[in-house]
Design a protein around this ligand. Structure first.
Ligand code: HEC
Ligand code: HEC
Ligand code: HEC
Ligand code: HEC
Ligand code: HEC
Ligand code: HEC
Ligand code: HEC
Length: 251
């Protein structure tokens, strides 16, 4: 509840969509997950110890949203590297190394779900990226060690598109006739974890386009066409990502 109040206050004061800034964690689930992931006999030692050998990861992590997370657990606070890798005393004492008394969550999303439960539901929607199926992982799009775990930064939406282009080369272009909507990021039209709509669209009808093109769509001769289907179906603007042949993005 406390969490929600702060969230509201921030929202009202700053009037910016900080939708994810205050998340209610299920400490019980978390504690269980952390216990399941524990190395027998290991203790929590804190990120400072990890920094001795993993300087780069610790440095980048300083600005991350995850760096602000603390899990209260039976008298100790779990934070930093060990919130995902579990207690690291044995690994550190043994001189570190691959497969040496430390958990590497690898491509397994369960670790992330411990705190991001609602994401599991999103990936269970009818149209989704195949993370639960094991064909790709959260870390294909999110850097767990980066200053920004999100695939974009506050200053540039281009970053998110770059993540997508790694696998979706067709949408990169370059196109002779670019659709400027893409500069706002792929997430303008796609809900990339999962969606009830085909192609993971945020909306399956004309409202996907009227957000920016209300003027064109409601007036004149063009208005009657809308009744025939969506803007991007049939013989209309099927080249929504850009076209090399037609400036109206029809093919
Ligand atoms: C111990 C709990 C915990 C675990 C485990 C965890 N997260 Fe988070 N994560 C959080 C919390 C809490 C926030 C919100 C932090 C904030 O906004 O201050 C967050 C924020 C995020 C964000 C938004 C970042 C931003 O800049 O706003 C992303 C993306 C994310 N987590 C992805 C992941 C992924 C991927 C994994 C698994 C590799 C993961 N998380 C594991 C607790 C966790
Ligand atoms: C939000 C969860 C999370 C946190 C916090 C986190 N890691 Fe990781 N770490 C992961 C995941 C997930 C992988 C596996 C990445 C993969 O295989 O795609 C990983 C992999 C690693 C690896 C293996 C090499 C690699 O990059 O694949 C090292 C070393 C590592 N982490 C060190 C650290 C250190 C040091 C910290 C603290 C600064 C830290 N991690 C914090 C989730 C996390
Ligand atoms: C004495 C040096 C040392 C310390 C201290 C240390 N590590 Fe490591 N660690 C290593 C080395 C060396 C590797 C192997 C390097 C690699 O593969 O990138 C490694 C590998 C890892 C891996 C990958 C394991 C795998 O099986 O893939 C993780 C995760 C990790 N360390 C996390 C941590 C965390 C978290 C801490 C702090 C609690 C820590 N390390 C402290 C030296 C250390
Ligand atoms: C295909 C790329 C992709 C994959 C795979 C992916 N994400 Fe994301 N994630 C994104 C993008 C893009 C955003 C920003 C969404 C937006 O701005 O609408 C985001 C946002 C987030 C956020 C912060 C905003 C929010 O919706 O709460 C969290 C937390 C998060 N992802 C967690 C995860 C977890 C956990 C996994 C794995 C189970 C995962 N993501 C897999 C691309 C991805
Ligand atoms: C690691 C590779 C990878 C990354 C990165 C990735 N995707 Fe995907 N994407 C896939 C896979 C695999 C599918 C499923 C294809 C299938 O089922 O045929 C998919 C499917 C899709 C689909 C639905 C396609 C269809 O025909 O139904 C859309 C839309 C999409 N991705 C958008 C994005 C966006 C936007 C991003 C960036 C935020 C992104 N993807 C990042 C691999 C990736
Ligand atoms: C202006 C809205 C919009 C934006 C922005 C957008 N898309 Fe799409 N995307 C669509 C629509 C609409 C479809 C479905 C077309 C259909 O059903 O025929 C689609 C379909 C897809 C598909 C499935 C294959 C295909 O072409 O039909 C992929 C993959 C895809 N988009 C990736 C991306 C990526 C990557 C980005 C960011 C670079 C992006 N989209 C940005 C509207 C958009
Ligand atoms: C985020 C805002 C945004 C969204 C959403 C968006 N567009 Fe655009 N679109 C633009 C901008 C900006 C331009 C370039 C300026 C202009 O011509 O209006 C453009 C241009 C176009 C053009 C070329 C203009 C012409 O001369 O014919 C077409 C066609 C188009 N968009 C179709 C679509 C369709 C179809 C959708 C829905 C799938 C869509 N747009 C969604 C922003 C957007």
């Amino acid at each position: 509840m406390h969490c929600k109040k702060i969230f509201l206050a921030i929202l009202i004061l700053a009037a910016i969509p900080l939708f994810s800034s205050c998340r209610e964690m299920d400490t019980e689930v978390l504690t269980k997950v952390l216990k399941d992931h524990q190395m027998e006999g290991a203790k929590y030692v804190g990120s400072k110890t990890c920094a001795m050998c993993h300087e780069k990861e610790v440095r980048n992590f300083k600005l991350a949203a995850h760096e602000r997370v603390t899990i209260p657990m039976e008298g100790i606070k779990v934070e930093g590297c060990e919130m995902c890798h579990g207690p690291g005393s044995l690994h550190a004492e043994n001189g570190g190394g691959k497969g040496n008394k430390i958990i590497n969550p690898g491509k397994n999303p369960e670790m992330c779900f411990a705190c991001h439960m609602e994401k599991k539901a999103e990936f269970s929607l009818p149209h989704h990226h195949p993370v639960l199926e094991g064909h790709m992982s959260c870390t294909d799009c999110h850097d767990p060690h980066g200053a920004n775990a999100r695939p974009w930064s506050a200053t540039s939406m281009a970053d998110v598109n770059e993540q997508c282009f790694k696998c979706h080369k067709q949408q990169r272009g370059p196109f002779a006739y670019e659709h400027l909507a893409l500069r706002e990021g792929c997430t303008t039209c796609h809900k990339v974890h999962g969606s009830i709509n085909d192609k993971m669209l945020t909306s399956r009808d004309t409202s996907l386009c009227t957000r920016c093109h209300a003027d064109t769509v409601i007036v004149g001769e063009h208005a009657s066409r809308i009744r025939q289907g969506t803007c991007f179906s049939g013989e209309c603007h099927v080249a929504v990502h850009g076209s090399n042949f037609d400036k109206h993005l029809r093919y």
